[in-house]
Design a protein around this ligand. Structure first.
Ligand SMILES: Cc1ncc(COP(=O)(O)O)c(C=O)c1O
Length: 391
């Protein structure tokens, strides 16, 4: 008896599963720290990445330069000179897996256990956490509308070995470090032979004029380290960032990369280098600046009309988040929990505070809020916070 022909063998390559639980969750409305994932040119990226993967040579399987893929270091040096006012050689640039790895590298290369470090207060909790873990003793430095208060930081901890700061767009308050404060900070570092770590995580995104040059572009004494990240300019799943070391300590950083923190996958670095070299990066940033300006304005207007004076918005027109001040006496952690319960994101300002204390506020990411969805999301936020409609 003849048996029916067996079914054709199943294709061996598993099909991508759209509900694959190993995928990170999609962004929630108002989630902080994300660029517009919906606007990233994925097809273009996939084409560049595919070309690189197909062209992989035998030599390409070998151990690469731990400091980073040389053409990417060159491309970053050109980008920094053009867009951030920083003139450095590619040898001063070290490729890392994002900001965290760059900060860890700086701490392990330049600090000894117990060294005091000025930390902006409020300030980025991953920076304070990482510095603490690296053995630093945190010295909270208050922040006002002109950024980090250098005079007060000196009064509190004159012997700090390092200062961590976000001059282009303070995280999380959104203010810009003023020119007099920049000069004061550089002067202190030069006099005390201390280090400044400039975290320039989203300085490319300024909406009321061209981006300000980086603080490091004013450094004449070789005391400022610059950390850049591709998490906002490209996408955070890439996990790529870089550190620019002053010339005198570049060799120490090369050694530290080699021993502690070699650069990530060459394929990703090469794709990123192609993206920069072929002009896609500059074009993408230009396009995103226009999109973010529109999304920011739409969300601000929608929140204003839904919540009125109960939610005061401020922060300069920079970056990817809005600061929404709650009425005095409100508990911002409880407010953030209410948002979470309704499927919304947003973070309480108090989660960024060390000891200086601030009025309550919510930080709301707008990059993933399309303008047409802003009114409905602002309504959901008002309802979650149980605020009355303004009269
Ligand atoms: C203040 C600050 N610095 C740096 C980063 C970038 O970190 P990473 O490069 O690790 O994604 C972020 C991301 O949200 C941030 O908020």
């Amino acid at each position: 008896m003849r048996h029916p022909a067996p079914p054709p063998p199943a294709a061996t390559a598993p099909k991508p599963n759209p509900t694959d639980s190993s995928e990170p969750a999609p962004p929630r409305p108002f989630q902080l720290g994300l660029p517009a994932l919906d606007a990233f040119p994925r097809k273009l990226w996939a084409r560049l990445a595919g070309r690189r993967a197909r062209g992989l040579s035998l030599a390409g399987l070998n151990y690469p330069d731990p400091a980073g893929y040389p053409p990417l270091r060159e491309a970053i040096a050109r980008h920094l000179a053009l867009f951030r006012g920083i003139h450095c050689s590619a040898d001063q640039i070290f490729i890392t897996s994002g900001f965290q790895a760059a900060l860890g590298l700086a701490a392990r290369t330049l600090l000894r256990p117990g060294d005091p470090v000025w930390m902006e207060d409020p300030g980025y909790f991953r920076a304070s956490g990482a510095l603490r873990l690296a053995g630093a003793r945190l010295a909270p430095a208050p922040v006002d509308q002109d950024g980090l208060r250098v005079d007060e930081a000196i009064r509190r901890e004159p012997d700090a070995r390092m200062a961590y700061c976000t001059p282009s767009h303070h995280s999380p308050l959104g203010v810009t470090l003023s020119l007099p404060r920049r000069l004061e900070l550089l002067d202190w570092a030069a006099r005390r032979q201390a280090w400044i770590v400039e975290d320039d995580y989203d300085g490319e995104f300024r909406y009321d004029g061209p981006p300000l040059p980086a603080l490091s572009s004013l450094d004449r004494s070789g005391r400022a380290l610059y950390i850049g990240s591709f998490s906002k300019t490209l996408f955070p799943g890439l996990r790529l960032g870089y550190l620019v070391a002053p010339p005198d300590v570049a060799a120490r950083f090369a050694e530290a990369c080699n021993l502690l923190s070699p650069a990530p996958s060459t394929l990703d670095q090469a794709t990123t280098a192609d993206f920069l070299d072929q002009g896609h990066f500059a074009r993408h940033i230009k396009r995103m600046r226009a999109l973010y300006a529109q999304r920011r304005a739409a969300l601000a207007a929608a929140l204003q009309s839904e919540c009125g004076a109960r939610l005061r918005l401020d922060g300069q027109a920079v970056g990817l988040q809005l600061t929404a001040w709650l009425p005095d006496g409100e508990d911002d952690r409880a407010a953030a929990a209410r948002l979470r319960a309704r499927g919304l994101a947003g973070q309480p300002l108090s989660a960024f505070s060390l000891e200086c204390g601030h009025p309550p506020a919510l930080l709301l990411g707008f990059a993933n809020v399309p303008a047409e969805q802003a009114p409905a999301l602002a309504r959901r936020l008002r309802e979650a916070l149980d605020l009355p409609l303004p009269k």
